[in-house]
Design a protein around this ligand. Sequence first.
Ligand SMILES: NC(=O)c1ccc[n+]([C@@H]2O[C@H](COP(=O)([O-])OP(=O)(O)OC[C@H]3O[C@@H](n4cnc5c(N)ncnc54)[C@H](O)[C@@H]3O)[C@@H](O)[C@H]2O)c1
Length: 374
Amino acid sequence: MSKNNANATSKQKISFFFVRKINIMILKLKNYDLHIEKINQALVDLEVEKYSQIIILVDENTKRFCLPYLLKYINAQKINIIQIKSGEKNKNLKTCEKIWSKMMDFQADRKALLINLGGGVIGDMGGFCASTFKRGFDFIQIPTTLLSQVDSSVGGKLGIDFKGIKNSIGVFQDPKMVIIDPFFLKTLSKRELKSGFAEMIKHSLIADEKQWKNFQTIGDFDEVDWQTAIEKSVLIKKNIVEKDPFEKNIRKALNFGHTIGHAVESHFLESEKPLLHGEAIAIGMICEAYISCEKNLLPKEKLEKITSFFLKNYEKVNISSEIHGKLIETMLQDKKNETSEINFTLLSDIGTFEINHTANTTLILESIEYYNSL
Ligand SMILES: NC(=O)c1ccc[n+]([C@@H]2O[C@H](COP(=O)([O-])OP(=O)(O)OC[C@H]3O[C@@H](n4cnc5c(N)ncnc54)[C@H](O)[C@@H]3O)[C@@H](O)[C@H]2O)c1
């Protein structure tokens, strides 16, 4: 946590606001509940019968692996399905048009409910479409990837990529409910699991040193108790977004690794070998830990620990010097910048962060060179 924001205060607040039974956690956020439990238990609170129709947004993978499980537990008169193509390259205006057109075809009104059944792409884009169609109707998030369960489904940030810039069009809008059911992870590939794991590592690096140490003992992903690990990560995110829903202050902590990570992700999206979000963010975290160290915030031995952990778990990627200019250009477009300078959240130690730092081009490129030289 930020050195200025006492951890003790946040913990007290957290324990007051959640209800726990065995394998059930319900976090009470200001505008909605976040259930970490089996879908059938969570859906009881949703009262689907009050909606004029239920629309479920899926891609080809969640239609195959997740929809049958959900349909077992939804008891509604009118259910319509919208299927889109999976992948970040389809998180764009063209796909939104398709979704909005289908909503028109189904005569969706403001009493409809959209269920986003999928990863961060479905959640970000479906939420954006529901929030803007006829000036907005209710939606819920049922995240089905690790990344969307621990990160993108929490906090109400919705949007799409535009002109090669990630998430450059979007809104803040809370869902009516989030249901995180670890059951969905069973069909997720190891590569996707690792991508989500990168955001969990980020949460530990900015706010939970103990969890960071726990992560270093993981030998095999099959042995991880995802329910417990997800709960810890979601609590960190929830605690931060509740304090600063519109990212004016402390929420910027969650951008650690994302300034450089997003630029790298955007570049590779257009290549023959796109990186997954978490893979790009892992690179971003190494570079931004380097910048933290160069600015005398993070001790060198901590930078080395962070670096070797990511290198052990994520494949090394070559970032050619030919694209340095393009990466800087993309970072200058980053919506997190407040002046013409590039904004960073940096680590002041493992488990603590500082927001509103800037770095000049020379230092940013040096950090990328540091990564390349590993
Ligand atoms: N809104 C936010 O605050 C926020 C935060 C972090 C990331 N994001 C966004 O999230 C997106 C990345 O999300 P993601 O990593 O979930 O990627 P994704 O949505 O592309 O899903 C990854 C892949 O997994 C498949 N899949 C989903 N669930 C599955 C399951 N249970 N079994 C088998 N396959 C399944 C999908 O079809 C897809 O091919 C990015 O667009 C990123 O910008 C948003």
